[in-house]
Each structure stands twice: as C-alpha cells, then as structure tokens.
Design a protein around this ligand. Structure first.
Ligand SMILES: O=C(O)c1ccc(O)c(O)c1
Ligand SMILES: [Mg+2]
Length: 900
C-alpha cells in the first residue's frame, strides 16, 4: 500500500539503459518515459518494457504529447492520428497513461467547450485500448496554464479515461494557491510530478527547462503542495520530473540516488502534517526517523609530515593540548574544553600531499544504529570500521565528498572513544578560552553541491537554511548552512558556482573548523600571547563598521586591535576571528555568539576571503623553503608529463603540491606534442588563467637550442612569451662545435633576455657539443654576462662524468634551479642509448644509480628542484597527472627528509 516512487527519465543523464539502471539501483519503482529517450534508443518499445520489468520498474507514464486540444476539425483529425500511433507505443511499452500537455500551439483557440469535447474524444480512443489521458496545464500553456482551468475542462469533458496531471513546478512557479487542489477528487488526479526550483525572475519556460531542482533544494513549499495533493486521496505515483542542466550531465547513478533521497525526505516532511491515512502510507516509505543529535564530538583532519606540524603549532597557539595518542593508529587527539580535533597522519590517497584536509566529522546521535539504518535507506555508504579488540565501536557513513561522518552515542557512552587514546600527560588548560566546536565549514564543486546538502540534510536530519550568495573577491560563492533543530550540530557547505569549484586563486577549496568562545576579545588576546597566526583584517573594514553600526568606541578599538569581525542581526551579535590559511585549504575560526545570533557572519565573509588570499600569496612567494630548511620547492618540468598541455600541467602541479612549472614552448623533437605558447594567444590566455587560479608560477621556459644555423634573434618571441608567463629562467643548449661562435651567441641570447628579467641557463646534455660542466663553464666565462647561469641536470651531470669537486668551486649566483631525476646505473655506450634514457626512461630520485645527494649538496642551498623525470611506460600506465604526483611524492620522500 506504499506510494509508488518514480522518476522521469528526463532527470537523468545517459542512454535509456543507463537511466533505467540508475533508477532501479536507487530503488525507484517506476519511471516516466520521455519520448526523446525512446526515440534515441536502439531498443524496441517491447524490449524497453522487458528491460524495465527485469529491473523491477514499471512505466507509469509516457510523455509528452503536445498541442492536441481546441483546434479546427482538420487539425483534430491529424492530431487523433498522431494519438493512435502514440497509443501503439504505449501498448507495446505496457504503459497505461499518456501525458497530454496543454496546448501552446497557434492552431489552438480559446474555447473550453471545444477543448473539453476534443479531450473527451481522445479519452474515448484511449479507453478503447485500456489507456488513460493525464492532462497537464503547462505554466506557459497558450490558454490553459493553471490547474484550476485544466480541472474545469477535465470536469466538463467528464470521461473516466481523462484526468489531471499535477506538476508542482507549473503550480508553484505561477504562485497559484495550491490549497484549492483539495477540492479535486483524488481519483481524477492521474499523475503527480514533483519538482522544486529556486525563485528566479526569468522566462518561465527557461526556468522550467533548465533550473528545476530535486525537492527540498529550491524555494518552493513542496511539503505543503504534496500535503494538498495527498489530501485529495490521490494514490498514484509520486514522480520526480526535474529538468536541470547539472543533473542532465551528472553521473546518473548519483543523480538518481539524490532524487531518491530528496523524495524520501519530502515524504517524511509531508507525513508529519498529513491526514492519518496518508501518513500511514508515507511512513511505509520505510525511512527510519532521524535520531536527535547532541553536538559535535570531534573533527578529524588528515595531515602529513608537511602539513601536520603546521596544524599542530597552530592548535597549540590556540590553547589546545595534544592530550592523547591513538593506540593502534597514527592519530593524535587535541583538546580544549569540549573542542576536540584529531590529526590523522595515516597516508590517505585522496589527500593532496602537504595539504591538511578535513576527513571526518563526528556528531552525537541519540541512537547510532538507527542513524545508520536511516543512512542505509538513503543509500549512503556505511563505512567499514577497522578496529582492534577493545577499541570503541564507532559507526560512520560516507558523505559524497568522501568526508566520513561518525555517529557517537549521546550520553554516558559519548566519551568511550577517548579510551582508544593513550594519554600523553599533557592537559588542556583552556588557555585560548575555547570550549566547543561551533561549526564545520566544507566546500564542494558546484556539481556536487546539491548532493552534499541533500546528504547532510536527509541522512543526519539537519535543516537547511536559505542559500546565501556572497560576492567574494574572486567571484560568487554560494553557501548553505545546515543545523539540527537544537542548533548543536552545524555544518555549512559552500561552492563557487562559476569557477566550477576552484574557489579563489591559490585557495582552491577552503575548509574550516570554528571553535566556540564566550568572549572573543579575551580569546583573541590569549591566543595572540600564545603566538597564534591570526588573520589580519584591514582598517577599512573597521571604518566601514563604524559608519554602518555606530559601535561603542572602545569595542570598535578592541575589534580592530585583534582583527575580530563583527556581525549583528535582530537576534544577536557574532564576533569572529580567523587563523591564516594553514596551507592551501584549512584554517580555524573562533566565534562568539551573543544571544540568539544563528548566522555565520556572511556579510563580512568577503573581507576574510580577501585577507586569506592575500596572505596565502605572500606565503607562496616567501616559500616554505625559507621557513623550514628541510623542505624544497619543487617545479614540475614539462618533460615529466609532456602529454599535458600547459594549462593541464599547471593544474597537475597545483594538485601535486608543486610551486612552479617549467614549460616547453618549442618543439624539440619532431614526434613530441607542441604547445606554441609564443604564437597561440588562446593557449597563452588559458595558461595564464590557470596560473592565476592556482597560484602556480612559471620557473623556466625551454628550449633555446642554438645549433650552428640558428640566430639568437629568432628566439625573441619565445623570450617575450616566457616573460609574459612570468618565467624567471630560460633553458638553453648549445649544440655547436665552434666554441667562439656559440659563446658569442650565448652572450647575445643573454643580452636579449636581460631586459625581460630572464636568466639564461646553459644545460649540457652529454651527447651535444657542450657535453659537460667544464665546457659549460668555459662558455659562461667567455660570455661574461650577469644573467647567465648553468643548469645542472643530474642525468647529464652524471653521464658526462662531470666532477662534484669542480661544481663546488663555481660561483653560487650561476645556479638558479636544478633538474632532478635519477637513472639506471651504468652509462649507455651509444648516443642513441643516452638520448633514449634522457627522453623516456628516467627514474625517481633514489631509485637509480646517480649520486643524487652528492651532486645536490655541491650546489648552493635553497635552489628549486625541477623534477624532470620523463618515464614513458609509467606515464602510459597512470597518466601524466598521476605521474607528476608520484614524482613529487618520491622526491619529497628521498630529498626533503634526508638532506641537511
Ligand atoms: O517543458 C516542457 O515542455 C514540459 C513537458 C512535459 C512536462 O511534464 C513539463 O512539466 C514540461
Ligand atoms: Mg510536468
């Protein structure tokens, strides 16, 4: 006796087969089949019927049939013929109902009697075949565009095979009062379509066909609407019909699950207000109620050897203490009051090296098993828990972005999990006056944003507030806060809708944890004394605050002094301050809520975002190398992943945690891909956009290879392009047997590069006529140019038999960066062999026979390490991007820890 849950094929992406499989996997019982999906399918209607049946799906409706009613006799005859052929299809499909949209045709006339008469005739034909007609008033129907009007016509037509199709979008988009739906007998509603939408002031057809949303994600009152329809006694399918550009290209399996989640959450909400009969049936939807939540228990941050110490230092400066060490895992417990953070040092595949990431949140649930059952019914993956004997049992489910949500039983048992940690002896004395977790703020790409909001709302039973849009310095940010009814668990979700997830340059997708204080000013004073990296807020903000809110002078002065942001609304006040970015992603907030302020200080968010971005760029410029001498700055040399175009290479470098890229602008061998940045303005532009968006910088461009018949002047455009990209160095090679000539040309290249702020760095592949360090030194001495340099490539250095002792003697300012790699031991006997290794078969540092540490130690300290590790077989297996990531992981492992 359940309501049938259905989904229109038009909601989903893919072939009909993809759509049906996705609908079935999300446990829908039926579909509305769109004609376009059938027309494009290689399956006959009979086969479609079988494929649906095989998946446990019924075809509840076939649609749309357009522009039928209120026409002249000749048009009617043609329309009836069209209808008969469509009935043939329904019969073969085994579908019982055809949806007929109210006419938008210029052939139609404004005559309800005629419309009713012709629909009666159509229904008669349908009935002969055992079919039914559901008449749907489109919001933009030419004469019939309200449900009340459609109902008058259906009533007048008075045919048992003619009823209404109600679609929430058409009713609510027009702001028609849905309450009058209650006067329609439920038996005359043949079909119900459910769609939400944001309120947009735009053409209603556009709005309907591109911007509909699954229930609960827009601004319509779907719960109220469904209540009215169910009050009629309607007992047909509850069917999602959501035209949405994002869903239409998303993976249909996830979109279908989102649809199911939204529908179940809607039924749950509607059930609360429904008449007893309907309520009983809605309950049979099988969704266990969401147990009450008790608050945040902990937030877990995945860190590594690079990001961990930075986060730990900051926590200490916020007054946290490292109180516990997990008994079986590399996880630290940090505490202050009830504010708890776990730092997880276990390697996690999904986390970018060097970047701290929120990987789990834990909340109290009155009934964790019931929370998990609910999650399961909502098709959320319940995570397996690896647990040693004697350790606490923690249930968790996975959010769409991979964040694990732990459910800890409220009450006496809520601290059992702490027993898995051995005390370190440190105690948290509350030095920062922080007492609890106020909220956790996560970001998602825009394509996953709805999915995430739905997940937190449906699975945890959180309520979503209105979506707010923030005009952030780098573009629009859309934000949605979710909280449990008691306001103890708060999770905010944000997305950059136009950057498609890339948040702001150099801060691709920030996350933060906000801790509670009862006195933000006292906290700020305390953590300042402890050396916390508090984000500085510019004075202009306080001038504006003064102008807007007329705060008491001493309060304003204290806010300014401590870089505390201030918001207030009719419920109360909000004082909040922030740490700087701890890497590219995570930061912490300290917040004080005065009285019943329930927001998140959205109005001052742009100021905070601008300040974060500014500090982040300064941090990138200063570089981690200066601050921590065990770490090196890495550049991704193009040859490591030459299959990637410059914008892709920049993206790969950013994802891998590089600071720079080296770009190859010239074609060096006839077989390789060529990226003509010097002559292709579109490619130049795309590359610069990615550089700006990621904060990656161009270390060098290559390759000015000057053979006997090349003139340095031919490289002017190349040099200019390098300068336009912000490069600092140009790589040159001199395959020329005439020493005087090549020295002279090298000098001229230096002169051309100098006004552009470029150094020219001579590389010496052992198979060229500048084959070793000694010859390179001769050229540099002969050319005597201030911007000349030598580029040591570990491979060429080793293969040429150059001497580390010689290297140590050379002027430090000749060296600007170094090409780092390794290679199999032994020197190939032929040039072909040498070239083959150099171009295709290098190894990660430490894997081969080169004295990597010895050569690097002979160079001046602090040089960027450009990883040039072409490795054809591996790239073919894993792709350039992953190879770039593996390269820096291997280099860090071998070079960052063992040198100095
Ligand atoms: O956009 C349309 O034409 C269209 C078609 C069929 C529907 O059910 C609907 O709501 C809209
Ligand atoms: Mg519709």
């Amino acid at each position: 006796m359940d309501y049938r849950l259905s989904i229109a094929t038009v909601c989903l992406s893919g072939t009909l087969e993809d759509k049906l499989s996705a609908a079935a996997a999300a446990r829908f019982q039926g579909v509305e089949l769109f004609a376009s999906d059938l027309v494009a399918s290689p399956w006959s209607p009979r086969r479609v019927r079988q494929e649906c049946a095989r998946r446990g799906l019924t075809i509840d409706l076939y649609q749309p049939f357009r522009d039928f009613e209120a026409v002249a006799p000749d048009v009617l005859a043609a329309n009836l013929r069209r209808a008969e052929r469509t009935f043939d299809i329904l019969e073969q499909l085994g579908a019982g109902t055809l949806l007929v949209c109210s006419s938008v045709s210029p052939d139609a006339v404004d005559d309800d009697d005629l419309a009713a008469e012709q629909l009666h005739a159509l229904a008669g034909k349908a009935q002969e075949r055992g079919l039914r007609i559901a008449y749907e008033p489109l919001a933009w129907g030419r004469f019939v565009n309200t449900y009340a009007h459609a109902w008058r016509i259906v009533r007048r037509a008075d045919h048992p095979a003619l009823g209404l199709c109600l679609d929430s979008f058409h009713v609510l988009s027009r702001r028609d009062d849905p309450a009058a739906i209650r006067v329609i007998p439920g038996a005359k509603v043949f079909h119900l379509q459910l769609a939400d939408a944001p309120r947009l002031n735009m053409d209603v057809v556009e709005w309907s066909r591109h911007h509909r949303l699954f229930p609960g994600l827009g601004s319509f009152d779907l719960t109220g609407f469904l209540g009215h329809v169910l009050a009629t006694g309607y007992d047909g399918p509850l069917s999602l019909e959501v035209f949405n550009d994002v869903y239409r290209q998303a993976d249909p399996r996830y979109a279908a699950i989102d649809g199911m989640r939204s529908l179940l959450a809607l039924l749950e909400a509607a059930g609360a207000g429904a008449a007893p009969v309907a309520r009983e049936r809605l309950r049979l939807g099988g969704l266990p109620p969401a147990p009450a939540l008790g608050g945040h228990v902990f937030t877990e941050v995945a860190v590594d050897a690079v990001s961990g110490p930075v986060v730990a230092r900051t926590l200490t400066a916020l007054g946290f203490a490292h109180t516990g060490q997990h008994r079986s895992k590399p996880v630290q417990l940090w505490e202050q009051g009830k504010a708890r953070l776990l730092l997880n040092y276990a390697p996690q595949r999904t986390v970018t090296p060097g970047t701290a990431t929120v990987c789990a949140i834990a909340v109290e649930s009155a009934d964790p098993p019931a929370s998990t059952r609910r999650a399961e019914r909502l098709l959320a993956p319940v995570l397996p828990r690896l647990r040693q004997p004697g350790e606490a049992e923690l249930t968790s489910v996975a959010a769409p972005d991979g964040t694990a949500v732990f459910l800890v039983r409220t009450g006496a048992e809520s601290e059992n999990w702490l027993q898995d940690f051995d005390p370190t002896g440190d105690v948290a004395e509350g030095a920062g006056r922080l007492s609890d977790t106020d909220h956790v703020s996560l970001t998602d790409s825009v394509d996953d944003f709805d999915e995430s909001t739905l997940f937190y709302r449906a699975v945890l039973g959180l309520h979503a507030s209105r979506t707010t849009e923030i005009a952030a310095p780098f573009g629009l940010i859309r934000s949605r806060a979710t909280a449990d009814p008691s306001g103890r668990v708060r999770i905010t979700l944000s997305t950059a809708p136009l950057r498609r997830g890339g948040w702001a340059p150099a801060i691709p997708s920030p996350q933060h944890v906000a801790f509670t204080t009862d006195d933000a000013i006292a906290s700020a004073e305390a953590v300042r004394a402890l050396g916390a990296p508090v984000l500085r807020i510019p004075d202009n903000y306080y001038a504006d605050l003064d102008a807007r809110l007329d705060l008491p002078g001493d309060l304003l002065a204290r806010l300014r002094e401590h870089s505390i942001l201030y918001d207030r609304d009719e419920h109360g006040e909000y004082l909040h301050f922030y740490t700087e970015m701890l890497g590219s992603r995570v930061f912490f907030a300290v917040v004080q809520r005065v009285e019943a302020y329930a927001g998140y200080g959205e109005s001052s968010a742009p100021v905070r975002m601008a300040a974060h971005r500014e500090r982040r760029l300064i941090a990138l410029r200063d570089g981690p190398a200066q601050r921590d001498d065990k770490r090196h700055e890495y550049s991704l040399a193009h040859l490591t992943a030459l299959s990637l175009s410059p914008p892709e290479l920049v993206e790969a470098a950013a994802d891998g945690g590089y600071r720079y890229v080296g770009l190859r602008l010239t074609r060096v061998t006839p077989q390789e891909p060529h990226y003509p940045l010097a002559t292709d303005p579109a490619l130049m532009r795309a590359t610069k956009v990615r550089l700006a968006a990621t904060g990656i910088e161009v270390l060098d461009v290559e390759l000015a290879r000057i053979s006997p018949d090349e003139d340095p002047k031919d490289f002017v455009r190349f040099l200019e392009a390098g300068a336009e990209l912000g490069a600092r160095h140009v790589i040159t090679q001199l395959p020329d047997p005439d020493r005087a000539r090549k020295t002279d040309r090298f000098a001229r290249l230096c002169e051309l590069a100098r006004p552009l702020g470029l150094t020219v760095d001579l590389e010496f592949p052992s198979w060229t006529e500048t084959p070793d360090l000694r010859e390179a030194v001769r050229v540099l001495r002969g050319a005597d140019q201030p911007n000349a340099g030598i580029l040591v490539d570990l491979l060429h250095f080793a293969r040429s038999g150059s001497s580390v002792a010689d290297l140590r003697q050379l002027p430090a300012d000749w060296f600007h960066f170094v090409h780092v790699c390794d290679a199999p031991p032994g020197v190939p006997a032929t040039n072909e062999g040498l070239i083959h290794t150099a171009r295709f078969e290098r190894l990660f540092p430490g894997e081969g026979g080169i004295d990597v540490h010895g050569i690097l130690a002979a160079l001046p300290p602090g040089l960027p390490y450009a990883l040039e590790i072409p490795r054809a077989t591996l790239v073919a297996q894993v792709g350039g991007k992953e190879h770039a990531r593996m390269s820096i992981a291997a280099a860090r492992e071998h070079l960052d820890r063992s040198t100095t």
